[in-house]
Ligand binder design. Structure first.
Ligand SMILES: [Zn+2]
Length: 79
């Protein structure tokens, strides 16, 4: 399985990092992961049909990445 948070060294590497999208109804602030093929406007219209007072939406674009730790290793939990 591919690492969902690959370690990168510079901003240029962000282009190769895994991305995704969430759609959010501002009225209920629930985030729903956008799956391939999802029509965001149709999703919003369907949501509004169920809750007519929820008419504003936001799409969150995300990029997962990690960087190397510069400092000392984190302490291991005490037994
Ligand atoms: Zn809603």
């Amino acid at each position: 399985m591919t690492n969902p948070f690959p370690e990168i060294a510079s901003s240029e590497d962000l282009d190769d990092a895994p991305t995704g999208e969430y759609i959010e109804c501002v009225g209920c602030i629930n985030l729903t992961l956008v799956t391939p093929g999802t029509d965001l406007v149709e999703w919003a219209k369907e949501h509004t049909r169920k809750r007519p007072w929820h008419t504003r939406f936001r799409v969150h674009h995300l990029t997962n990445f990690a960087v190397a730790a510069d400092g000392p290793e984190p302490l291991s939990p005490t037994p």
